[in-house]
Design a protein around this ligand. Structure first.
Ligand code: PLP
Length: 379
């Protein structure tokens, strides 16, 4: 049976060129803080990779902070900023990834901040930048929004939000995890974007390797203290090979972007067009909003999403439900509910996410399998 992986917003396969750069870097095993030649070699590899990422992202090398995941990067910014505050306010949205959403709620529950959670537009899932402007008060310490939603692909107008943040002098945290590699980063990155997070495993890189751009203006209390590595913002011996591999993954993602973006768009559009034509009860969630080119969130009216997911998996097609709860009970997607979708529609929805490695032959096969499974499920 053919395996068709359409869950690339969850994670992506490792690009063999990233794996090669990682394996080569594993041989440079010295501690980058050591004075001797092995240490110097490790430091050199680390600085070289850091310099490469800084050039690729158009930010200063000192603004880069390497972490084990984007979740850690986001926690580093949010907790580092709101560590000692109480009256400060943070503006975010109802459709953020749990890394942002849960962390902000945890900080608010513990009395470190007041969370202003803005609703998204129900017709397309976007955030109105004017709603951000209206929510800013003298107590606002940060605006935290995602560049694009990992479940629906719906994009927020980050440049407009950054302009508002700039106007009011409020720093902006951008969760660019889902968008990076599918959309070009704004160049130059607006100064109001005080922090931005990326994750290696979403761009055919390694799990355990992520980076935050943190501007010098953003004063963070470190989450992890110790030996003072990374300018004392995250102590712990740097994982040189992981940073080298991350640099390679970012380089390849940006190199592939112009053609990859168009290929993914063409495949995603064809996929949706065929599914909607053959299964008229299918609705594209967020379909009338600006969306990433790789994400298709479909509501299969009258079909239970979980059952369909299992049936597809049995036929080799790997997709995803909105969200799965760690307790084992499947919760309907918070993002879809926040977009105003009824519970039943949210429960009938599946996400299909492509990558630059997805082929048209896979899309053709997936369409046929989805149509077959749906016809059986709607008996
Ligand atoms: N933000 C978004 C939009 C994501 O999609 C994810 C992962 O799914 C994260 C943050 C967290 O990334 P990581 O898996 O590196 O912790």
């Amino acid at each position: 049976m053919q395996s068709i992986y359409l869950d690339n917003n969850a994670t992506t396969c490792l690009d063999s060129r990233v794996a090669e750069s990682f394996c080569a870097a594993l041989k440079i095993w010295g501690n980058p803080a050591s004075m001797h030649s092995y240490g110097r070699a490790a430091r050199h590899a680390l600085l070289e990779a850091k310099e490469k990422i800084s050039q690729l992202l158009g930010v200063a090398a000192e603004e880069l902070l390497f972490t084990s995941s984007a979740t850690e990067a986001i926690n580093t910014v949010l907790r580092g900023l709101f560590y000692q505050t109480s009256a400060a306010e943070i503006i975010t949205t109802t459709t953020e990834h749990a890394a942002v959403y849960e962390t902000i709620h945890d900080l608010a529950d513990k009395g470190h901040c007041k969370a202003i959670v803005l609703p998204v537009e129900s017709h397309n899932g976007t955030l109105d930048p004017q709603a951000v402007a209206a929510a800013i008060t003298p107590q606002t310490r940060l605006v935290a929004v995602m560049a694009a939603n990992n479940e629906t692909g719906v994009k927020h107008d980050v440049l407009a939000i950054a302009a508002i943040a700039e106007r009011y002098g409020v720093p902006l945290l951008v969760d660019a995890v889902a968008a990076f590699g599918k959309e070009p980063l704004p160049q130059p990155l607006p100064r109001a974007i005080a922090a931005l997070c990326l994750s290696g495993h979403k761009i055919h890189g390694l799990k355990g390797a992520a980076v935050a751009v943190v501007r010098k203006t953003l004063c963070l209390q470190p989450l992890i203290t110790g030996g003072g590595q990374q300018a004392a913002r995250r102590a712990g011996t740097e994982d040189v090979a992981a940073v080298v591999a991350l640099a390679k993954a970012i380089e390849l993602a940006l190199e592939a972007l112009p053609t990859g973006q168009e290929q993914m768009r063409a495949m995603r559009d064809y996929f949706e067009e065929q599914i909607v034509r053959r299964l008229p009860y299918v609705q594209i969630n967020g379909g009338n909003g600006p969306r990433l080119v790789n994400t298709s969130n479909l509501a299969f009216h009258g079909i239970d999403g979980e059952s369909l997911l299992i049936a597809l998996d049995a036929h080799g097609v790997m997709a995803s439900l909105g969200s799965a709860c760690s307790s084992g009970a499947i919760e309907p997607s918070r993002t879809l509910l926040a977009m105003g979708l009824p519970m039943a529609v949210a429960r009938s929805s599946l996400r299909f996410s492509l990558s630059r490695m997805t082929t048209m032959a896979e899309i053709e096969s997936a369409i046929a399998i989805i149509c077959r499974c749906c016809s059986l499920q709607r008996l």
